[in-house]
Design a protein. Structure first.
Length: 344
């Protein structure tokens, strides 16, 4: 819509510019003819009609030349600004921004250029954040494993202490395996256009199984889970769909403080099944909502919590491959709600 208005304005300006030039030519021609006629009417013998016309036309030609030179100078200068800025971006300076006035001939191009560099800056910072987060995610468990293994090697620990350390080592190794698994799953489904084998699936019992599977996590945080699941069937890749339920439930548990509540519902809406996972957790900062399904993206509110920013990207891709969609929102009373819509 905005683009159309911009194009219309450019066309209108060009039209006005053409009309201006044409009027100017007509005005000069009319003036020369009038002067020539006036002198003929008053029968001035000394009057040189051709001479006057020649002077008028020469003046006009001069004016047109000056106007063209000024316009070309302006045009070349603005093109040069664009070329210089593109060269700066090509050499890696994504901080480049073109300053322009409201009347700039290339205003639209400059606006798009500035949007492009803004986007490049955000991609660059996302990449840096990812490298930072990813290294952190890998290094933290590795350090723990190394530290606790050293402690065990030193000896002198009671059997109970040894058991505790071995438990932590196994948990940290699990974290690394999950990270590797998520990376593998995502890179696999990113290049897939259809999901694996399609089988009849009872959505309500699948979701219920996942709630039970994660019981240790939610009951450990004293979180209350309520579920209202309509018995609904679909056909799809059950293993992949399970990834969605597990990721959404684990996130709800992870981002909900102790004593919170999670509500899971499954309802039919037309030809679709709609599953919603609502929690009473930290919610998602409004400006970050559009990004949370991006690969490796983690909202500010996730700081200090385990994760790699892959879970929701996986959910989104599986939903797309299943012909459905996933949406996120904040709840009025606080907390987040994720809604998955799948064809029945
Ligand atoms: P992560 O491994 O960080 O959980 P996800 O891809 O699953 O990665 O989620 C991406 C980000 O979305 C999280 O880091 C968090 O900021 C936000 N998020 C996901 N689920 C919730 C939730 N239930 N409540 C609040 N924020 C959430």
């Amino acid at each position: 819509m905005k683009e159309d208005a911009e194009q219309k304005r450019t066309k209108r300006n060009l039209f006005l510019f053409g009309v201006g030039i044409l009027s100017f030519i007509i005005l000069i021609a009319a003036a020369s003819i009038t002067i020539a006629f006036l002198y003929i009417i008053f029968n001035d013998k000394d009057f040189d009609a051709y001479g006057i016309s020649f002077i008028a036309l020469t003046a006009f030609a001069l004016l047109v030349t000056v106007a063209t030179v000024v316009f070309l100078y302006h045009f070349v200068q603005q093109s040069q600004t664009l070329i210089d800025s593109l060269n700066r971006v090509a050499s890696g300076d994504y901080g480049t921004e073109i300053k322009y006035s409201r009347r700039s001939t290339f205003k639209k191009v400059y606006v798009n250029f500035n949007n492009m560099t803004k986007e490049l800056r955000s991609v660059k910072s996302m990449r840096e954040d990812f490298v930072h987060n990813f290294s952190h995610e890998v290094k933290t468990p590795l350090f723990s494993i190394q530290g606790f293994a050293n402690l065990l090697a030193e000896g002198g620990l009671s059997e109970e202490e040894q058991k505790k350390l071995l438990g932590i080592i196994s948990e940290e190794a699990g974290r690394l395996i999950r990270l590797a698994d998520n990376n593998l799953i995502l890179s696999k489904i990113e290049n897939q256009h259809i999901l694996g084998e399609r089988k009849p699936i009872k959505l309500d019992s699948e979701i219920n199984d996942c709630i039970i599977l994660l019981e240790r996590e939610w009951s450990g945080k004293d979180i209350e889970i309520s579920s209202e699941l309509e018995p609904l069937k679909t056909t799809g890749d059950g293993v992949m769909l399970r990834q969605i339920w597990i990721n959404l439930l684990s996130n709800a548990v992870k981002f909900t403080p102790e004593g919170g509540k999670i509500e899971v519902t499954l309802k039919k809406s037309g030809d679709y099944a709609v599953a919603a996972f609502a929690d009473t957790g930290v919610g998602i900062p409004a400006e970050e909502l559009p990004h949370i399904f991006d690969k490796y993206y983690r909202a500010r509110s996730a700081e200090g919590k385990e994760g790699s920013g892959l879970g929701l990207a996986i959910c989104k891709r599986i939903c797309e491959l299943s012909g459905g969609k996933i949406e996120a929102a904040n709840r009025a009373g606080g907390g987040a709600v994720f809604t998955v819509t799948l064809p029945l």
